[in-house]
Design a protein. Sequence first.
Length: 216
Amino acid sequence: MTDRPEPPGAASTRHPGIGVFGGSFNPPHRTHHRLAQAALRTLPIDTLLVVPSGDHPHKRGRDMAPAADRLAMCRLAFADLPGVRVDDRELRRTGPSFTVDTLRELAAEHPGTPLYFLIGSDNLAQLPTWREPAAILALCTVVTYPRAGHPVGPTELDALPVPATERERLRAHVLTLPADAVAASDLRARWRHGERDLAELAPAVRDYIAAHDLYR
């Protein structure tokens, strides 16, 4: 996807959508920030919801910072982007946190508003294993962002067990920006080994991690 100029008069008739950017954000880093900027710039949205996950079904028992800390770090990491709103709904839920529940809530809260859900190309192949994948595809437009080593092309999309029409929608909604391999798990490991001047983290996030003694 690239920047799209709007035809005359489109701004007055367009119904802006809402972007949904979920993840553990453990911690949020520069790539998350860059993706948020790209989504706000290229998608027909005026708001991007950053939604830290609660009890993530795929990440239980891993090196997860407390929910309150991940929420606070997200607010710091995206504070300079006016179109971003950090949404804590998944952290307020009890039990497992499922994307389909968040999308259903947002659809009910904003009837008629298109939803655009961001997913990394490294996770796209896992989408059919998520809770109610058909409902996810019906509730939103899935927008894939590139991750190093995980191309999004005909071979990868044809392997997905989804209807051909959905594969075409997925093919049409890929953010065109450079892929990188920044991983929060690597940042946590480097922090634990004494690295403090991590360029991938915003200074405010680095200060928060140090002040709250996270990732010991």
